[in-house]
Design a protein around this ligand. Structure first.
Ligand code: SF4
Length: 362
């Protein structure tokens, strides 16, 4: 591995609910559960012993990775509501606008944007010889030039499987489809982050366009037939903005429900359903009523865990008041900085955030 190859420590996908797919996708392989992503000079005794086990003739320790978890940049073309500027450069534009008009209320104007985090991730041939799995997350991997350069630089592709955590909005790079760049790898798996279709999905994941998604999905179906090495699944993250819509989403998507990896938001807390009594009760009711329509045991068990979480979490009045206050602010800013109307299907949000007997605040 080149000396220049290092990881920004701030990038852990657990902090980024909309793209948390990566953790589960890779840990399913049993290979990356130890989080071998960080090569930033920090000594992790167990890992060093396990993965750096040879010395070359110069006495340098050589890596013996078979799986690499690559998060080379926070460059992203989306700004999903539950994400933040640390993981998406697109988010930074909105946050910058926000700071312009909120200078005096936030840290006295000293709040900083995360900026672009980009890693020079050229891998030398020796580093690649044992690699069997490459996992890419971001930002969005398919906006990143260096990601394609890396793919092209790998000479022996046949033994490598690639997994992506992607917002699935970009299927082309420099006039070629992404499938062309990927056709010689052993297998390519797309974990598609999606939190709804239509106005719900588009509101939750700012930048998501249902028409583009449907078009890209059709192209992927063709690619599966054509290239034979392509597969996919979905990463769905449930929040107060979309929980009511989950079963509608499943129906409209029309895919095998075993392909859905179901996650739920805890942070940011103002999108966590548990902090809104009415939404919580409605969600419990809806999910209990519809549970028997789910075929997949995996999805059923994830939903049961969510129900357990909703029913058993202790929430204080402080949590509830602040969740309401912050949701109000965040929804207002979303509408303001994106020049949006609150979608019809999300009109219930008004009831969640408005102080009773007061004038509508958004
Ligand atoms: S697509 Fe971009 S904005 Fe959305 S969760 Fe992923 S990194 Fe964040």
């Amino acid at each position: 591995m080149d000396n220049s190859f290092s990881w920004p420590l701030s990038m852990t996908c657990a902090q980024r609910p909309g793209c948390m797919a990566g953790c589960s996708a890779v840990s399913n392989t049993g290979l990356a559960g130890d989080n071998i992503t960080q090569n930033s000079g920090i000594q992790i005794a167990g890992l060093e012993k396990k993965y750096f086990n040879k010395k070359n003739f110069k006495g340098e320790i050589e890596p013996n990775f078979i799986s690499l978890d690559l998060r080379p940049s926070n460059i992203c073309n989306f700004k999903c509501r539950t994400c933040n500027d640390g993981f998406s450069t697109k988010w930074q534009e909105e946050k910058e606008d926000f700071y312009k008009i909120n200078k005096n209320v936030l840290y006295f104007g000293k709040e900083k944007l995360s900026g672009v985090n980009k890693v020079n991730f050229k891998l030398n041939e020796a580093s690649m010889k044992n690699i069997e799995i490459l996992y890419f997350a971001g930002g969005e991997p398919f906006v990143l030039e260096e990601h394609f350069e890396l793919l092209e630089s790998i000479k022996e592709k046949k033994h490598i499987s690639i997994m992506y955590n992607t917002n699935f909005s970009i299927l082309k790079y420099k006039g070629k489809t992404i499938f062309e760049y990927l056709k010689d790898f052993r297998s390519v798996h797309f974990s598609i982050s999606i939190d709804g279709l239509g106005e719900v999905g588009e509101f939750v994941r700012t930048g998501f366009d249902t028409k583009i998604f449907k078009k890209n999905f059709l192209i992927m179906k063709w690619a599966i037939d054509h290239y034979k090495n392509v597969s996919y699944d979905f990463q769905y993250t449930c929040s107060v903005l979309n929980s009511f819509n989950f079963f509608e989403f499943l129906e409209e998507l029309g895919e095998d429900d075993d392909l859905i990896n179901f996650h739920y938001i805890q942070y940011p807390f103002w999108y966590n359903t548990v902090n809104f009594d009415e939404a919580k009760n409605n969600t419990i009711k809806l999910f209990e009523e519809k549970l028997n329509t789910i075929v997949s045991d995996k999805l059923k068990s994830a939903i049961l865990k969510y129900l357990e979480y909703l029913k058993n979490s202790k929430v204080t009045d402080w949590d509830k008041i602040n969740a309401k206050k912050y949701l109000r602010g965040n929804v207002a800013h979303t509408l303001l900085f994106n020049d949006l109307e609150l979608p019809e299907k999300l009109s219930f949000v008004n009831d969640l955030i408005v102080e009773k007997k007061n004038i509508n605040l958004i």
